[in-house]
Design a protein around this ligand. Structure first.
Ligand SMILES: Nc1nc2c(ncn2[C@@H]2O[C@H](COP(=O)(O)OP(=O)(O)OP(=O)(O)O)[C@@H](O)[C@H]2O)c(=O)[nH]1
Ligand SMILES: [Mg+2]
Length: 189
């Protein structure tokens, strides 16, 4: 997969109302399925070895308006520091693997990491690989997300279950956050 970062970085959330482009970042511990989810969402494909960090998804309907999502993946922070990764980002999808409790506990750190850059960043929690027997109880994940006021989704990049809904939800949150930031900007002028 081609890394489109260099070509996409300059044109996120520009354009008129008919051509909204929102930057979304998918974070989570290694091997939870970030690339596979992005691929499933953008190309409707699943491969055992998924390599790459960013793709574009067009025509995501938000309040009946088609928007474009530029979807990036958290990678090695030495290559892309958080300030750069989360710059201009309007929503973050936090992924754990339902067969890996370590990856679930990792979400706490990911949340802190994101909120260190933007305290009110819209978030979604995703339990991936629900085609496999779950080790993290869904009730625990759901309970934590509800406590934090974050929407929770159980999905599988392998089967595709729930994947479109992740990015529809992220698009909706990005849209609302975009409006909020615009309002703050115009009020400050
Ligand atoms: N069974 C199953 N396997 C999955 C699913 N999603 C991803 N995988 C597998 O999990 C492994 C990691 O998937 P990736 O998409 O590369 O995960 P990642 O989070 O991007 O990994 P890094 O970028 O290396 O941190 C691969 O072997 C995938 O085939 C899923 O929904 N179900
Ligand atoms: Mg990856």
């Amino acid at each position: 997969m081609v890394d489109q970062r260099s070509t996409l970085e300059n044109d996120t959330h520009e354009g008129d109302a008919e051509n909204l482009i929102y930057r979304i970042v998918v974070v989570g511990d290694p091997q939870v399925g970030k690339t596979s989810l992005i691929r499933r969402a953008c190309q409707n494909r699943f491969e055992a070895e998924a390599i790459g960090t960013s793709l574009r998804k067009e025509n995501v309907l938000v309040e009946e308006v088609p928007v474009t999502l530029d979807i990036f993946e958290s990678t090695d922070y030495r290559r892309t520091p958080p300030q750069v990764l989360f710059a201009d980002t309007l929503a973050v999808v936090m992924v754990y693997d339902v067969t890996s409790p370590v990856s679930f506990f990792g979400l706490y750190r990911w949340k802190q990491e994101v909120q260190r850059i933007r305290s009110n960043m819209p978030l979604v929690v995703v339990g991936n690989k629900n085609d496999l027997p779950s080790i993290v109880p869904m009730s625990e994940a759901q309970g934590w997300a509800t406590f934090e006021g974050i929407r929770f989704m159980s999905v599988s990049a392998a089967t595709g279950e729930g994947v479109a809904e992740i990015f529809r939800q992220a698009g909706q949150l990005a849209h609302e956050h975009h409006d909020l930031l615009n309002n703050q900007w115009s009020l400050s002028r």
